[in-house]
Design a protein around this ligand. Structure first.
Ligand code: DGL
Length: 277
């Protein structure tokens, strides 16, 4: 096992995984984190499973080479198609965001007596059926209705988080889910928590009552904490704030500007790196 003082490696296709970093900083501020955003190849959500796996392998290789103690795949699209393969190929704990998100939405559905849950995700995540599979492992009574919401990633990347344009897009994507009678919703893309407030508001308007909305980023950090308690991942000792390193494969300046929306702490310099193919 890599030492407990080593960093957690977190990666995503771009910015969205910073929602997981934000949740990690809140709950586990003592951990060092190396975050990799593959901004040269974002979005992953519209690509084939083979391409996503190839990209995921190169991100994972970069982080393992930097000595991380565990990998947190902070991207639903990669988690949907590559988590098992990476876990089999790598010699360290590997966690995706789908099982935590599915676990959280099943819990909320059970609390509210809901028999149908909705998932908003990228085309890749919805096409993979990863959420219905993960939910089926946890409950045979809950049906999952998936809805691809491809326009939401570019809106978040552009910083369009409020106003008519995101509101209309969110409304179009939520209408079929509300019509299908979902009683809880999971944000199955790490970009979407940035639109959490708007999604909850529009869902309430459409449904005439609040719809519980679960964020897979928060749920993932709950699982990281559980793995630390179980000794699967070592926990860094000492109370000082852990170091944060930010790596990207393209446009570090614009990444740094956007990252300010996700993280409240002063940001380190964003390092531009090249991944081996
Ligand atoms: N971060 C990705 C996800 O959670 C969305 C962005 C992309 O399509 O690359 O699915």
């Amino acid at each position: 096992m890599v030492s407990a003082g080593a960093p957690l490696g977190v990666f995503d296709s771009g910015l969205g995984g910073l929602t997981v970093v934000r949740a990690l900083r809140r709950s586990l501020p003592g951990e060092h984190i190396v975050y990799l955003g593959d901004t040269a190849r974002v979005p992953y959500g519209t690509r084939s499973a083979e391409t996503i796996l190839r990209y995921a392998r190169s991100c994972a290789a970069e982080l393992t080479q930097r000595g991380v103690k565990a990998l947190v795949i902070a991207c639903n699209t990669v988690s949907a198609v590559a988590v098992e393969r990476l876990r089999a190929e790598l010699d360290l704990p590997v966690m995706g965001v789908i099982v935590p998100g599915a676990t959280a939405v099943v819990r909320v559905a059970e609390q509210h007596g809901a028999q149908r849950v909705g998932v908003l995700g990228t085309l890749g995540t919805i096409a993979s059926n990863a959420y219905p599979r993960a939910v089926a492992q946890l409950s045979t009574r809950i049906e999952v209705i998936g809805q691809a919401a491809p326009l939401l990633v570019p809106l978040v990347e552009e910083g369009w988080l409020e106003g008519d344009v995101p509101r209309l897009a969110v409304r179009r994507y939520l209408e079929p889910l509300v019509a299908a009678g979902v009683g809880a919703l999971v944000l199955g893309c790490t970009h979407y928590p940035l639109l959490h407030g708007l999604i909850a508001e529009v869902a309430t308007e459409l449904r005439g009552a609040p719809l519980p909305v679960v964020d897979s980023a928060e749920a993932t950090v709950t699982l990281v904490e559980a793995w630390m308690r179980e000794g699967i991942i070592g926990q860094r000792a000492g109370g000082a704030l852990g170091r944060l390193e930010l790596l990207v494969t393209d446009r570090p300046t614009s990444f740094a500007e956007q990252a300010g929306r996700f993280l409240t702490e002063p940001l380190p310099e964003v390092e531009l790196i090249e991944l081996r193919p």
